[in-house]
Ligand binder design. Structure first.
Ligand code: MCA
Length: 509
């Protein structure tokens, strides 16, 4: 499994750089060899053990992108516990829900979160300890200082493929977010599949600019590189000019990003003089890659992007080929070990090639289920075990798949999923709001931007700015509407359902 493979690299290539961490200030970087990584992870395991962490326990991380995050994450999984990475943008009330729902027993948070987290603790009886770390203040080093790597020597690697090791909260069209449980077997199956399809090599150098609290940055990119014994140059924060410089100067061989990041590279000053022809693999995912961006990227950098398709519940499912045609507008072919089919959304029977239907997926990469939500888990699968992705697409006669929209009400902004009902629920709490509808409008920078259309109560006075700041205090920044339109009524059909297509026509111009 993945963790066995990683441990073997730590033994066989201890001096090789596993991660070079480049902080936000882009000053001096910190270099961690595979040998260092093993020692730090072992000390972290011993620290977690001393804090009572047992197999199956949930340990939550809401930390900036830093080495401590990586050590904690790997140590949690090595102990057979469940890592719960949380977006650093989540405001307190979202955070409280995740900690409560997951019954996290340990929580590592940013130092700056102390004053807002402390009042939550009384509501979280399962939480045994909470540590506040500032990655740049060496608090983590002090935390693991009393422990030696040998203290973890007797702890065996997890052997149960079906044990959950990672939980990623995903929102939905109804209800509160659900924790998608990924097992050691799921991660291993997807990593093996990507290793083969993308030809990961031991001498690869990955430039890593994505957040590590999501499957894309954590599993596909970071685990992908560790699974090959390769080197990761990890930027704490994405910066287009520095990324281009490093891609060329290192030189790097692998880069993974979302379309908003690729757009910023193309638009970066001086990008015209940069060639990325030396790169072995540059991928795009988490959101649809616009055709014009695909073409601009190739014209500017001489590299044809490889678009792929995945989701938190599955990891990666489809990918354009490493060798062979990388088709503009297509998410490519099923990855090794992954079955993908297109079905009629009503009958769930497979449709003919060229016909749009729901994309359904099956394979060892597909998650175990939603944490303590057997009904929602059952609803996510067909009776014969295919995962209903909620995405619409078609299969061409030669096997390439193309996405054609979503059957679910979902906005993707800069690679982050935003479910309109979550934003609408917050809007409903505003005293001046009688009704609202949240839509995604096409946006050159973000792919889509969140737009709210609001009907105020008859006697209420409010402004778009007031509504935006109300939402900003309650939602992560990427979920906050960028525009608010105030109207006297929302268009509804005979059943009273809001006609979002009509709103998009009217307000997305
Ligand atoms: C940041 N902001 C955003 C977004 N990101 N607003 C809308 N959409 C976004 N994606 C807001 C912040 O809240 C903030 O607002 C302001 O923009 C500036 O924040 P900053 O952090 O400086 O933004 P940035 O550094 O410019 O971030 C843009 C980004 C980032 C680098 C494109 O969004 C990003 O890393 N996206 C990648 C997401 C990703 O990895 N997704 C994978 C999930 P305010 O000032 O109001 O706070 S999907 C997945 O894992 C599946 C498996 C898959 O297939 O990949």
């Amino acid at each position: 499994m993945f963790l066995d493979k990683l441990q073997a690299y730590c033994r066989t290539q201890p001096d090789k750089t596993a991660i070079e961490f480049v902080g936000e200030g882009f000053g001096e970087s910190e270099v961690v060899s595979y040998g260092d990584l093993e020692r730090q992870v072992q000390r972290t395991m011993a620290m977690l053990r001393a804090n009572g962490v047992q197999p199956g326990d949930r340990v939550a991380l809401q930390l900036p992108k830093c080495l401590a995050f990586v050590y904690l994450h790997l140590a949690i999984m090595r102990l057979g516990a469940i890592c719960l990475p949380l977006n650093t943008g989540y405001p307190m009330r979202e955070l409280a829900y995740f900690l409560e729902d997951a019954e996290a027993s340990l929580f590592f948070a940013e130092g700056s979160a102390r004053s807002s987290v402390m009042p939550l603790l009384a509501r979280l009886p399962a939480l045994r300890s909470c540590y506040f770390l500032d990655c740049d203040e060496n608090r983590f080093d002090k935390l693991i200082e009393p422990f030696k790597p040998e203290d973890a020597a007797g702890i065996a690697l997890p052997a149960d493929r079906n044990a959950t090791c990672l939980m990623i909260y995903t929102s939905g069209t109804t209800g509160r977010p659900k924790g998608a449980e990924l097992t050691h077997g799921n991660l291993t199956a997807n990593l093996d599949s990507l290793h083969e399809a993308w030809g990961w090599q031991n001498d690869d150098v990955l430039l890593h600019v994505l957040p590590i609290f999501h499957v894309h940055g954590l599993v596909v990119a970071l685990h992908g590189a560790l699974n090959a014994g390769a080197t990761t140059i990890m930027f704490e924060k994405f910066d287009p000019a520095r990324a281009l410089d490093r891609l060329v100067r290192q030189p790097c061989s692998v880069f993974m990003a979302v379309p908003t990041i690729h757009r910023r590279l193309v638009d970066a000053p001086g990008a015209g003089s940069v060639s990325l022809r030396h790169m072995r693999l540059i991928t795009s995912g988490s959101d649809r890659l616009p055709d014009d961006l695909f073409q601009q990227f190739e014209e500017m950098f001489g590299y044809r992007l490889l678009e792929r398709y995945g989701m938190s519940e599955t990891g990666m499912n489809l990918s354009n080929p490493l060798h062979g045609e990388r088709r503009v507008g297509s998410v490519g072919l099923p990855l090794p070990g992954v079955a993908v089919r297109i079905v009629d959304p009503e009958t769930e029977q497979p449709v003919a090639d060229g016909t749009v239907g729901e994309v359904q997926v099956r394979g060892a990469n597909v998650f175990k289920g939603y944490w303590r939500q057997p009904e929602k888990t059952a609803a996510a699968f067909t009776p014969d075990g295919w995962l209903r992705t909620g995405d619409l697409g078609l299969r061409e006669a030669d096997g390439y798949f193309t996405l054609k929209g979503r059957s679910k009400d979902l906005i993707i902004s800069g690679g982050y999923n935003v479910y309109p009902p979550e934003v609408e629920l917050v809007l409903a709490e505003h005293p001046a709001v009688a009704a609202s509808a949240v839509i995604g409008c096409p946006d050159t920078e973000w792919g889509e931007r969140v737009v709210a259309v609001v009907v105020p109560h008859a006697d209420a006075a409010t402004t778009p700015a007031a509504i935006i700041s109300f939402c900003r205090a309650r939602l992560a920044g990427y979920k906050t509407p960028r525009q608010v339109h105030i109207v006297s009524a929302l268009p509804r059909n005979a059943m009273g359902k809001i006609q979002k297509a009509q709103l998009r026509d009217e307000f997305c111009g």
